[in-house]
Ligand binder design. Structure first.
Ligand code: C2E
Ligand code: MG
Ligand code: MG
Length: 439
């Protein structure tokens, strides 16, 4: 029992106390202290901004050693009696009990001056970029997480203002507050299974048969209704939540595919899940995907992972190893939103890519704009010459559909065929090119 309790409050990777430990500490302060004394309790967040780059450049072990040393350095500079935790992978939280303003500033000065020096680990000198945001517990709020969020907002402001630290103040941008509170809700929504996957059919253009489905996340919010992914994925990507979303999406798509095994029309469908750049720099990601495939006894060549070109291009070296591992396991890899990244084509040959998905912007302009047609035709020709297949997404009308089919595009996706729909509707769907759904 003791051991279990310990595990719940310790970050297993680094041995530091974890986020639960901070929340429980704040909770106890909130119940035991009067408002006047609470205001003297402070929460500081030290956010390391380049841990991921370090991991990409030198590997996860160096990254972990560096963040541990970074934490140790923070610990050495803390006021007596302060508590330190690694609340997220690249964030430390410090809770101090009874600091005057003067002491608070002295602490920040000594901390920033110590963190200026590089960290040496595994024979490498590393410079960890960081920002500090802090806040006092100036009001009685039931959910202590609010204070962590406030300290985090302040750290974002420090970054925006190019300073090392910032204190939270109530005038801070309402938008940031709103998006961060949404983020807090998102965490709960994942746990409470309020996210749902919608499926959008993909059609083989040579015979118009449905050959796959893209799984797209929707958030069923209790008061706001259905929230599209554009409103929460980018925010989730700014913190560790995106990893949770990927896991959730993969698990649910795999479950769905198991059910489709019994469905005569759908037992050969490829299911595509969108992944994020953070998955591509996470060395345990391929193992996780393979585990899901084994658990659900799936054919790996029926699971497709879509990653956007721009995210891939920014991290091509780190991603290469992980993509190779996934491809070696026969998992299908697609580059999403192709043509919006760096338009560098040489990596197509260097990475184990099976499909490119031409960005919707080109597809929307196809009828009217000869330039877009030329680009799309060139992309199709080049891809085919490399053995890569081409998907066009964003097909909204029959003229565009036929044009792409004539250009040799392999697979089509878009409102002309069907919008993304809940699985029940997807199961009823069949594509008839002469009686399409309305765009
Ligand atoms: P995406 O992967 O490029 O997905 C295609 C988006 O285009 C979808 O938007 C889809 O609804 C929309 N779309 C499809 N056909 C048409 C069309 O004919 N016309 C127009 N105007 N739009 C069309 P959605 O579902 O809002 O998703 C937006 C983006 O959010 C996705 O872009 C993807 O990058 C991301 N996303 C969605 N679900 C997930 C997820 O589970 N994980 C991650 N990491 N990202 C996700
Ligand atoms: Mg996609
Ligand atoms: Mg796309």
């Amino acid at each position: 029992m003791k051991q279990i309790k310990k595990l719940a409050f310790v970050d297993s990777e680094s041995g530091f106390p974890n986020r639960n430990a901070v929340l429980s500490l704040l909770d106890s302060r909130m119940t035991s202290l009067e408002e006047g004394d609470l205001a003297r309790v402070n929460v500081f967040k030290v956010v390391c901004e380049n841990l991921q780059e370090i991991e990409m450049a030198f590997g996860a072990t160096v990254g972990l050693d560096a963040i541990k040393l970074f934490g140790e350095r923070i610990r050495r500079n803390m006021p007596q009696g302060a508590h330190l935790a690694r609340a997220r992978r690249s964030e430390f939280t410090i809770v101090t009990d009874n600091l005057s303003n003067k002491e608070k500033h002295a602490f920040l000065r000594s901390l920033t001056s110590s963190l200026k020096n590089s960290i040496r680990t595994n024979g490498i000198n590393l410079h960890l970029e960081y920002r500090i945001g802090y806040t006092s517990l100036h009001e009685k709020i039931e959910d202590p997480d609010v204070f962590l969020q406030r300290a985090r907002i302040a750290s974002l402001y420090a970054r925006k203002d190019h300073v090392k630290f910032r204190e939270y103040n109530v005038l801070i941008d309402e938008n940031t507050k709103e998006s961060l509170s949404l983020l807090g809700e998102l965490r709960k929504a994942i746990e409470q299974e309020r996210l749902e996957l919608y499926y959008q059919p993909k059609v083989l253009m040579s015979d118009h048969s449905v050959v796959g489905a893209e799984a797209l996340a929707r958030w069923n919010h209790s008061t706001r209704g259905i929230i599209p992914p554009g409103l929460f994925i980018p925010q989730a990507e700014q913190c560790d939540l995106i990893g949770e979303i990927t896991k959730w999406a993969l698990q649910n798509a795999a479950k769905q595919q198991t059910q489709w095994k019994e469905h005569e029309a759908h037992n050969q469908l490829k299911v595509a899940v969108n992944i994020s750049v953070f998955d591509l720099v996470n060395e345990s990601f391929p193992g996780f995907v393979k585990k899901i495939i084994d658990q659900h006894e799936l054919d790996p060549s029926k699971l497709e992972l879509e990653l956007t070109e721009s995210q891939l291009m920014e991290n091509v070296d780190a991603a290469k190893k992980i993509l190779n591992e996934l491809s070696d396991a026969s998992i299908i890899l697609s580059i999403d939103d192709f043509g919006t990244g760096y338009s560098s084509l040489k990596y197509l040959d260097l990475l184990p890519i099976d499909y490119i998905k031409i960005d919707q912007a080109f597809v929307f302009r196809l009828i009217k704009d000869a330039g877009s047609r030329n680009i799309v035709q060139a992309a199709i020709n080049l891809s085919h010459s490399l053995g890569i297949k081409v998907v066009a997404e964003g097909i909204e009308d029959i003229v565009t559909y036929r044009m792409l089919a004539d250009m040799g595009c392999d697979i089509g996706q878009g409102y002309f065929i069907s919008r993304p729909v809940p699985v029940k509707e997807f199961d009823q769907f069949s594509f008839n090119i002469n009686a399409p759904k309305k765009a």
